[in-house]
Design a protein around this ligand. Structure first.
Ligand code: ZN
Length: 159
């Protein structure tokens, strides 16, 4: 079985930007996603197409095919009580904020007593990324997963 639309893929990965290690699934459960539903960044999803269990590969993804460009003017003041994920905030920390388009990650630029200045760019925007990937498992999605547009179970959505 190879990776195509509506397959649920489990994979291990190490994500770097240049020499900087950003994230790895080593020592944890593999990540899981539903292929063909834009649940992973476009550059990675494209590289996954047609791969089989046991395949290992490296893929370089330009920022445009990852988290997009970085915009310097995307900074905003928000009430500090709207930041989720920690009790105290310092510059450089990543917070979750609820918006009308759902939850999004922001980076704290400056934290005051009642308000914080946050950067709305995704923390990885503007960065070229490289992934080392190992495919662990491929299976057909259930009807429920296909209709939800995401994977359930280990490494996927827990409802
Ligand atoms: Zn679901």
């Amino acid at each position: 079985m190879s990776i195509s639309k509506n397959k649920v893929v489990q994979f291990h990965y190490t994500l770097r930007s240049g020499e900087e290690l950003i994230e790895t699934s080593a020592g944890k459960d593999p990540a899981a996603y539903l292929h063909g539903h834009s649940n992973v960044i476009p550059g990675l999803e494209k590289a996954m197409e047609g791969k089989a269990v046991g395949d290992e590969f490296d893929v370089d993804v330009k920022s445009a095919d990852a988290y997009g460009e970085r915009f310097e003017d995307r900074q905003q003041q928000v009430p500090i009580k709207h930041l989720q994920g920690a009790k105290r905030w310092k510059a450089g920390m990543v917070a979750m904020v609820q918006t009308d388009k759902g939850a999004r990650q922001v980076t704290v630029v400056k934290a005051g007593l009642k308000h914080a200045t946050v950067d709305l760019n995704h923390p990885l925007s503007g960065k070229d990324l490289s992934f080392s990937v190992q495919i662990v498992d491929i299976r057909d999605a259930t009807e429920e997963e296909a209709s939800h547009g995401h994977a359930h179970g280990v490494g996927g959505h827990q409802h």
